[in-house]
Write a protein that binds this ligand. Structure first.
Ligand code: NAD
Ligand code: LMR
Length: 333
């Protein structure tokens, strides 16, 4: 049983995510923080007849620190979402500062918590959190996670659709690696289980890869100015948080996709760096998680020639996004 905290709990993701965490039997205490509306969200959720206690706080009276006190899992969906025509990187200007300030509070209040970052651009916000934790001398790469589960959820759904059977969606597994924006999202369709039909046409494969890479844009466009994915993200975020909570509880064999600092790996990520052919500090892959956090970053497996091309195309953007997050903290006055 853990204390879980949601920062940005009154938002489009925050509210349904908090609802799902409220009904998770492994959560004993749920702390909700936002700059608006958390007393109302907490009061509403507190009437649900599950064992967990719920409390909501706003910034006055040190509400953030009071909420974070004793937290073992902190999920961060705080920040602005995209509107049509924007990239995730366009959100950096506003969200970088929000995430930085929340990370400072985590570093000084619950430095051992597992931190799950949803706020975009994830490729940069995760390095921001890491740099803040480093500055405070409390960085443990094994406990910091960029949430990329939605990419994996989308890949399962779209592959099931391609196979013509929606009922397969919960069973389809496709590793999605790299990062969380456009071309940095690398669906490894050659490793899909069940596999795509033999002789699946290249143009169909390209279409499917594009749809997974730009699934977020599909929702942004459909919402037409009212934000980005919230409900599917709440589902994905809770699914990932639940795996983390179960790993903390000692369950063995927990494997989840996540964007992590490669120093979290046993070998310092050397194997993965070799496989991607670049000295990157962060990459999304399937990771094995235990009670102390990341135990192992799993290898990428065999990539097709086409996927090797996708990987090559992803690296420059990923590298730039990482450097932008790191520099935001390192060069701050
Ligand atoms: P939203 O605007 O509906 O909600 C964001 C919430 O954050 C608001 O309630 C706002 O008050 C709150 N907030 C702002 N500043 C804060 C601060 N300093 N402290 C605490 N809370 C603060 O947006 P949303 O749709 O919930 O999206 C949130 C973020 O999640 C966006 O950056 C979006 O791009 C990102 N996102 C990521 C993924 C992913 O796969 N990782 C998926 C969907 C959305
Ligand atoms: C997503 O993938 O849905 C999120 O990253 C939100 C977005 O901006 O697309």
């Amino acid at each position: 049983m853990v204390k879980a905290v949601v920062l940005g709990a009154a938002g489009g993701i925050g509210q349904p995510l908090s609802l799902l965490l409220k009904i998770n039997p492994l959560v004993s205490e749920l702390g909700l923080f936002d700059i608006v509306n958390t007393p109302g969200v907490a009061a509403d959720l507190s009437h649900i007849s599950t064992p967990s206690k719920t409390a909501g706080a706003l910034p006055p009276n040190d509400g953030l620190k009071a909420t974070l006190k004793g937290a073992q899992v902190v999920v961060i969906p705080a920040g602005v979402p995209r509107k049509p025509g924007m990239t995730r990187d366009d959100l950096f200007k506003i969200n970088a500062g929000i995430v930085r300030d929340l990370a400072i509070a985590i570093a000084t209040t619950c430095p051992k918590a597992f931190v799950l970052v949803i706020s975009n651009p994830v490729n940069s916000t995760v390095p921001i959190v890491a740099e803040i934790l480093k500055k405070h001398g409390v960085f443990d790469p094994k406990r910091l996670f960029g949430v990329t589960t939605l990419d994996v959820v989308r890949a399962s759904t779209f592959v099931a659709e391609t196979l013509g059977d929606q009922k397969l969606a919960p069973k389809v597994t496709v590793p999605v690696v790299g990062g969380h924006s456009g071309v940095t999202i690398l669906p490894l369709l050659s490793q899909s289980q069940p596999p795509l039909p033999a002789g699946f046409a290249d143009d169909k494969r390209d279409e499917l890869v594009k749809r997974i890479q730009f699934g977020g844009d599909e929702v942004v466009k459909a919402k037409d100015g009212a934000g980005s994915a919230t409900l599917s993200m709440a589902y994905a975020g809770e699914r990932f948080a639940d795996l983390i909570i179960r790993a903390i509880g000692g369950e063995k064999g927990i494997v989840a996709p996540s964007y992590v600092n490669l120093a979290a790996d046993k070998d310092g990520g050397e194997g993965l760096k070799k496989a991607i052919g670049k000295e990157l500090e962060y990459f999304s892959a399937r990771v094995e998680i235990g009670p102390e956090g990341v135990e192992k970053i799993l290898p990428l497996g065999n990539l097709s020639t086409y996927e090797e091309g996708l990987l090559k195309a992803a690296l420059p953007e990923l590298e730039t996004n990482i450097a932008k997050g790191v520099e935001f903290i390192q060069t701050a006055k």
